[in-house]
Design a protein. Sequence first.
Lengths: 170, 554
Amino acid sequence: MTDRHEEVHEHDDMSVVVTPINLILFVLFIFIVYMKLRPTPPTTYPTRKPTVFRTFTPRTLLPFNGIGDTPVYLSVNGRVFDVSAGRNFYGPGGPYANFAGKDASRGLACGSFDESMLTKDLDGPLDTLQDLGTEEMDALKGWEEKFQEKYIVVGKLVPVGSAEAEAPRR
Amino acid sequence: MAGDTIVQKIDTHLMELFEGWNIYTTAFVIVIATLLLFPLFLWHQPDTHPLLLARQASVSPVRQPGESAVYRSPETPDGYPLRTGLGVKEPGAPKWSSGKNGDLRDVWRQTTRGALDDAGEPTGKTGSILTVLGKERIIEHRLEEVSREINIIGQYIRQHNGQRVAIYLPNSIEFLTTVFATAFYGITPILIPYRQSVEDLVHTLKITKPDFLMSAAGGLPLTEVVRFYGGLKQVVWVVEEGSRHMDWNEVPEGIGGQAGVGVWHEIVEEKKATVGSTIPDNAENETLKNLITIWHGRKDDVGEVVEFTQKNLVAAIAGIISSLPPNQRLNPSDLLLPVESLAMVYPLALTFAALYSGASVVLNSATSQKSDLDLATRSVSPTIIVASAEIAAKSVNKTRSEMTMGWHKLVHWFETRALTVSGRMPVASIFTAIFDYVRPALGEQPGKLRLLFVPERANSDCPVLDPADLSDLRAFTGARVVYALTAARVAGAVTQTSIYDYRAEDARKGKHGHFGVPLSCVEVKVIDTSSHKTTDEGDPMGEVGVWNFSQLRN
């Protein structure tokens, strides 16, 4: 008799706890605990892959003229600058577009953007700028400093056929 | 209308639902409300922005073939000059002047002059240097007297034509005094880690060739040492107070005519009246002597001799000082306790950084690789400790093994969550106090410790502290932990974790997590080796190379 009585009592207890509203609240409780304890993905900081420093010849520099998706490079005094940040000026259609992918030293020194300022023979020696006066060389130095402040150096320019150009890539 | 019936239906359903309301429902509601409302009151901001922690080192945009990009501290990113020195300014110098790099002498001058305020004017508040003797006694050394001893010892070494002084002493005021004396009097100090076997010591002496030796009385068998190494001209014993009644001046038999013997406290006593406490000025065009240390990688290594220039040292000291955010810098209210031999360059640089910043330093000669944190801090309450990875690992493991009760684990779980999820130091409360008796007992007044520097030695048998160990170390000690990567040929550290960096996401048991960013005086790049290459995909791998100011140039 006593056994049976307890069973009934227990059953009553269960039906008191398990009511629809209690069930709803219980699910809500589980959900809140889950939201609090679920692992959060770690914060990441966007990084850019560094560009590898390269040795360019006038010929291998040529493709970096900003046409399509290529970056815009130009060379000043043997240093190759990545001027993609100034694409509006140096990229296709910009006022300095002639310099993209070229040795811009003479043009910058003389303050002229003409095509005549560029070295025609891509396979020949680099422009030594021997014939320029001090005024032009000062102007070039000014440009070089400005470039160093604004843009990054991604390589150097050597003539085709020189030892460095031929040296096997490490 | 149809609308009415829907509303009525909903109404009756709701009525039915709420008819089930009982005491358990009320309990549920209270629990849920607490769960939602409690964090609103207890919410704390993380100690720093998560993005700042994710950023880490500043990376150069261009890399050389065969190498990774150059990694630098965000304080001195690519294109800016690395930190070269302390920026020492003479009192009264214009605020905008840049100051000179300085050297170890400037560290001591700054110590005696006291901390500077924001405007660069001396506040007149000087730190102090304390020594713990035995269990209870603490001696405070007057800086003026230390300056006098620097003069006395420097002059004594010069009188005996000492050029290279081997310092074979435990952490003590005499150790620091001798290092500063060598700096002021143009002598080369050689720091030899204390407590070595006679063979190792003789080997070290043979390759470093000192002509002068400072040692603790009874710390080495002189007759034996002199028999194997004949280059010593003079030996000075540093005698503990309790042993001063003995005659230490006696020259052991068999070495007569080779080396003389002096006793530190007698030398000081004799010259006290005649030698002033004004430290010498810098002479013009003098060449500063290098500081020579011995790097022990593995236990069976004989030790690598590493020579640091004064430039290396000041760059390292400056790098360590500026690596902490401004409101956490070493300051005059700090008390630093090195629980690691000062013959190691990282604890030494940190001690100099503390002195330069006007903080106080407490020295305990009983500290060695084998000591533990509880013991070393028994009678003092340091705010900053530098302890080797061995000692830190020991402390963590000891506390873990004592965490036997369920509530220990519960408190620990909450503290770890505060650190790794909320990004803040756990707050001490009544709730966490039930855990206190298993925590490492650090200092007379617990809770004073704010910073723990733990140097890891690259390429050594140093135990690995994985991110979980470091997180536990923070939770157990209640102090922020800076984990530093040190290397043989780099003064100070290569990189240090940010003091706000509690992340333990990339935790792999027994593997290093990360070491934070390079100090502002170095740049780091990874160089290809035959087996590891940097590619454009994945993380750079290879040999880690470190360049510049706190590093030696060959």
